[in-house]
Write a protein that binds this ligand. Structure first.
Ligand code: F6P
Length: 322
């Protein structure tokens, strides 16, 4: 391997910059050249590539977003798009890739790595934490801390007005942001895509919950099956017209901001491991951390899997919200 291409793809996540920095500096440390690819697979197809050096990643470890920019490429889903990408990589003499992203990124990398003889290693960069092969993804810790900051503020005003708030957090396919933050903010209920939403159970909970509670918070993951926070809010308003109910959708603030210490360290560890893994012959795998140790997982095992929700987490909410 002589020249490694690095890209970020899919939804950005805090800590992606720390990961880029680790990849670039480790490659240089091992006397490899590094090429930055802008906007993920889009940039590969259009040829938006540039050489990177130590300075190009200076002063970015603390910054949210991604200096390489990101995109979700439709063209890369086609064989012609991938051929154009490969031709551009060849033209720039790139002979290995490090892709930072989530499910969509690794779906593309898996197909590309099978079609063309170019080793690809992935780093788990998504706020959703919905990949197999790592205990945590880069950005998840920052995002959940952003959520609890926001919901703590909502709790202040909810308490002052004796209100019920339905708060929607991100995760169209995954309830892992909702689950952890719901526990951390002392939510009265959590609704996630992985479990069937039992509206009667929710009504019962809101009715029977301690009566001297003046505020109530229900955390709803974006992909929850009954229709998300606005629909749940509408149903609750119908059912409990005497509750003062409000809906708040946190949205993309969850994707931005300075990465937490945990995300920076995770990004640095897997960034180093990705380059060293490529040099050792790893390909078509994601590198994560499991139980404190670096672990490589084939792309096909890392993605498109139903992530089991720990039932203890849901039980904790039931016990502690009474
Ligand atoms: O996958 C990351 C994520 O933030 C999900 O939690 C969310 O459902 C989705 O991306 C939102 O995507 P977009 O930025 O395209 O609105």
């Amino acid at each position: 391997i002589k020249n490694v291409g690095v890209y970020t793809s899919g939804g950005d996540s805090p800590g992606m910059n720390a990961a880029i920095r680790a990849v670039v500096r480790t490659a240089l440390y091992h006397n490899l050249e590094v090429t930055g690819i802008r906007r993920g697979y889009e940039g590969m197809i259009t040829g938006d590539l540039f050489p990177m050096d130590r300075k190009s990643v200076a002063n970015i470890i603390q910054r949210g977003g991604t200096i390489l920019k990101t995109a979700r490429s439709e063209q890369f889903k086609t064989a012609e798009g991938r051929k154009m990408a490969y031709d551009n990589l060849k033209k720039h003499k790139i002979d290995a890739l490090v892709g930072i992203g989530g499910d969509g990124t690794f779906t593309g990398a898996k197909v590309f790595g099978k079609e063309y003889d170019i080793p690809v290693v992935g780093l788990p960069g998504t706020i959703d934490n919905d990949l197999i092969g790592t205990d945590f993804t880069i950005g998840y810790d920052t995002a959940i801390n952003t959520v609890i900051d926001a919901v703590d503020k909502i709790r202040d005003t909810a308490e002052s007005h004796d209100r019920l708030f339905i708060v929607e957090v991100m995760g169209r396919d995954s309830g892992l942001i909702a689950l952890r933050t719901g526990i951390a903010v002392g939510a009265e209920a959590i609704l996630i895509p992985e479990t069937k939403t039992d509206l009667n159970a929710l009504y019962h909970k809101l009715e029977q919950g301690r009566r001297d509670k003046s505020s109530k918070i229900v955390i709803v993951a974006e992909g929850e099956e009954a229709g998300g926070a606005f629909e749940i809010g509408r149903l609750i308003k119908d059912r409990f017209p005497n509750y003062d109910t409000r809906v708040s959708v946190l949205g993309h603030i969850q994707r931005g901001g300075r990465p937490s210490c945990q995300d920076r360290v995770l990004a640095s560890r897997v960034g180093v491991a990705a380059i060293e893994g490529l040099l050792e012959g790893h390909r078509n795998e994601m590198v994560g951390i499991i139980n404190g140790e670096v672990a490589f997982t084939p792309f096909e095992n890392a993605i498109k899997h139903f992530i089991e929700i720990n039932p203890n987490f849901l039980k904790i909410v039931d016990i502690l919200s009474l």
